[in-house]
Design a protein around this ligand. Structure first.
Ligand SMILES: C[S@@+](CC[C@H](N)C(=O)[O-])C[C@H]1O[C@@H](n2cnc3c(N)ncnc32)[C@H](O)[C@@H]1O
Length: 478
């Protein structure tokens, strides 16, 4: 029975319904025995080629062949639109692109990016996230948001922003869980920051939205979530969320999707790792021979490092978009009041070499068929702290603490006990498994199924950090 339940689709567990799927579920940074880590498939240092300085040549162009394409083409017709696009950028720019540019195109290219046209979550998708594991995750984040709202003095109007809401599951569980606390829910205007039209649609369904029947001219149509009667708006970026109201921001597994630059130590200093195309039309890693614009961010990050942190590293990842986002978010909180909660997997220090690709719950090569696998990297929480502190003196940064500490202090133990009171045997097993995945560490000790499908706990690999306006005091439970 236990085995059967652990195979269930996570959303099924959430809703305490019966089993639907038999696919094993891995959360994003799980390494299980049947998965080969992308790290091992990244070309090793000695296989990365230095870009050679080309001597200047006179170029003469023979146009005679334009209408007679050669038999051997370097652009295989089987290339996807995204692969053609990436190769096109490299070709027309006349040189390789950064890992960050590659990652950004792969994930969010408006036509063919990984997130853009489909649902990538759950057993049928590519990976599983905490909100999809159990309803308790969104409920606990809701408890955090309500506590902060209390500390903010229960303002009558609040912007509740979620960055990268995926299927909208976290926000739906938050609203359902908070629906009894009318003063809180009535104060909210929900803002979903999402680049994917397909996911926006799913979020609308999850929040059970309806268009308000407002036919009077000149009045913007309002969309309301029937879960708690709250208005909902969608935006492509945080900057588009209207300012001027106290704001609570939630970023769960958003930072790990932001594009990173990779640097590698070479004999003459740090060189940026780039992506090029070979004669045979394959992607490959190369090293930039001289400093790139992103080197400025590397220098900034290294200044914030603790003594000896950099010395032992041969590779470093930096995420300028994470630094910029943290600036924007901190300035917003500083001006409008409120706070942000960031939960993700990562380190409280410089990240070395973490970029990974996951397709259908297995690690795959980073350069293999881009656009069909998720790319994500460890979040550098120390860098977020420094960026927030640099942005404003009016915000304070708390954590990171482990997800297990965060959820435990907010009362997930009590919540699981309460849910168990009214559950069937099957539901109870699902609940216990979901609970364990959220707060457990390593392989599930109770697992009786095949080794390669053992559930991996997310309790210590995921961390929570809060950035709040100092006026709010110390946020619960930091
Ligand atoms: C890893 S998923 C996390 C989803 C959700 N928070 C969860 O935990 O289930 C990343 C989310 O961020 C969105 N996203 C990624 N990059 C984005 C960007 N630059 N702007 C807006 N949304 C983005 C994706 O479409 C997706 O919804």
């Amino acid at each position: 029975m236990l085995r059967k339940l652990l195979f269930q689709q996570a959303s099924t567990a959430r809703r305490l319904l019966s089993a639907q799927s038999t696919a094993p579920l891995l959360n994003k940074c799980s390494v299980c025995s049947y998965s080969s880590s992308s790290q091992s498939e990244i070309p090793q240092t000695n296989s990365i080629e230095q870009i050679e300085d080309q001597p200047t040549k006179t170029i003469s162009i023979d146009r005679s062949g334009l209408y007679n394409p050669s038999e051997h083409s370097h652009e295989p017709s089987s290339d996807s639109e995204l692969v053609k696009h990436l190769k096109g950028i490299i070709k027309f720019r006349g040189g390789p692109i950064s890992v960050a540019e590659y990652m950004e195109e792969v994930l969010t290219n408006p036509k063919a990016g990984f997130y853009i046209n489909r649902d990538v979550f759950g057993a049928e998708g590519d990976f599983i996230t905490s909100p999809e594991v159990s309803q308790m995750f969104g409920e606990m984040v809701g408890v955090w948001a309500m506590c902060l709202w209390e500390q903010m003095g229960q303002p009558k109007r609040v912007n509740l922003v979620e960055l990268g809401p995926g299927r909208g599951t976290l926000m739906a569980d938050l609203l359902r869980g908070a629906s009894k606390f009318k003063h809180f829910t009535q104060s909210l205007h929900i803002h979903m920051v999402e680049c994917s039209p397909a996911l926006q649609k799913l979020q609308r369904q999850s929040l059970q939205c309806m268009d308000e029947d407002n036919t009077s001219e000149g009045v913007e149509k309002r969309i309301t979530s029937t879960l708690a009667g709250t208005p909902v708006s969608w935006h492509a970026a945080l900057e588009q969320v209207p300012s001027g109201l106290p704001t609570i921001i939630i970023a769960h597994e958003f930072y790990d999707a932001l594009p990173i630059h990779q640097f590698q130590r070479a004999s003459h200093g740090w060189c940026e790792k780039m992506i090029d195309v070979t004669e045979d039309s394959l992607f490959r890693f190369v090293l930039s021979p001289q400093p790139t614009p992103a080197t400025l961010y590397l220098m900034k990050r290294c200044k914030w490092a603790v003594p000896d942190e950099i010395k032992k590293l041969n590779q470093i990842e930096v995420c300028p978009k994470a630094m910029d986002l943290t600036h924007t978010l901190s300035k917003r909180i500083s001006a409008d009041g409120g706070g942000a909660l960031i939960i993700d997997y990562g380190l409280n220090g410089v990240v070395s070499d973490s970029l990974q690709a996951i397709r259908k719950h297995k690690f795959v090569d980073l350069l293999d068929n881009p656009g069909t696998a998720d790319l994500s990297a460890y979040v550098d929480f120390a860098c977020i702290r420094h960026s927030a502190e640099e942005a404003s003196d009016d915000v304070s940064v708390h954590g990171p603490i482990t997800q297990s500490q965060f959820l435990g202090s907010l009362g997930i133990n009590f919540r699981v006990e309460a849910l168990l009171q009214n559950s069937t045997d099957e539901q109870a097993e699902s609940l216990r498994t979901g609970y364990w995945r959220l707060v457990g560490d390593g392989e599930a000790p109770f697992w009786e199924g095949p080794d390669e499908q053992v559930p991996i706990g997310m309790g210590t690999r995921y961390m929570a950090m809060a950035i709040v306006n100092k006026k709010q005091g110390i946020p619960v439970p930091f």
